[in-house]
Ligand binder design. Sequence first.
Ligand code: ATP
Ligand code: MG
Length: 351
Amino acid sequence: MASKHAIGLDIGTSSIKLAHLKETSKGLQLLAFDTVMLPPDTIKDGVILNAPVLVQRLTELIAANKVRERKVAVALSGHSVIIKKIALPEMTRSELDDQIQWEAEQYIPFDIKDVNVDYQVVNEHAGQGQMDVLLVAAKKAVITELLEVVRAAKLDPCVVDVDCFALYNAFETNFTVPQHDTIALVNVGASTININVVSGGNTSFTRDITIGGNLLTDEIAKQFAVPWEEAEHMKTTSETTLSMSGVLREVQRISQRVSEVLINEIQRSLDFFAATAMHAEISAIYLCGGAALQVGLIEGIERRLGTTVRALNPFNNIVVDPKKFDAQLLQRMAPTAAVAMGLAMRRPGDR
Ligand SMILES: Nc1ncnc2c1ncn2[C@@H]1O[C@H](COP(=O)(O)OP(=O)(O)OP(=O)(O)O)[C@@H](O)[C@H]1O
Ligand SMILES: [Mg+2]
């Protein structure tokens, strides 16, 4: 029998998300989903600055949800990970296992001694005796730091994934993967935008851009000369006190401007993809991440890229017991839940 699912733990810059699933005859069922906010500067630019606070919040989150499972799946993103699609002559898994380290040395701009190398075969027969392989290299020091935090919270990290692939897993479980079209999965978080372009059912390009919703918080803090936490509150609330004072209108104006900056970066990455790919026409963008809610972002992407934007709702196809979960609350949390849900689909011992 297949083993149970690991707990999906998405340790983001602004909050930790926890998701737990089980297999049932009706499909995947949600056992737990919850989040806990992190104080600013707990994690910055993908680096853990305050491990004790992180451990404490993680411990609280686990305790509050009474999850007994200890095995967790976590993910990395940003500068510490490099994903490259390479073409290799067709070979067996064991040949690939032997060869991948050597291949990685040619493609990875880090010292090979400092990284863990892994791979995923995306197309066994890419034509002309070649296969397409995604080469993944992650800095050992960053993995170690993350694992130390998880273990300090008395959890057993059994899968270390990357945000982009977790995003794909969340998508695949909840939507039909188009076999002929090219689509882009885009997760706009607090400090990172993850992009995964899927062509013919396979990942053909990934990119992590290291900006996100924090840029808007920084701008609001600067313009109104308020502390960061207050700026964060101002951007995520539409309270009448704000709207009456005209502050809301100003916040929205700043938001529009910052959204354009984020869209520029997304467009640059997708243009880069288009310049190098065969099936470059993107038919839809599936968007998620807390900062996707930012004023001006969705309409801006549609207008600028001329592509339909759909919500990558990771609860779309998941069995949810209405007695256990507040459906409205879950829908509100859906934009930030994709990576955690993608991780929660993993099982201990998975590659
Ligand atoms: N209604 C809203 N309007 C604007 N921004 C929002 C809204 N709700 C959430 N956000 C922003 O979304 C971001 C958090 O999203 P998310 O939880 O996806 O990021 P994260 O996973 O913590 O960060 P990262 O993945 O970059 O490390 C924050 O910047 C937050 O301010
Ligand atoms: Mg995130």
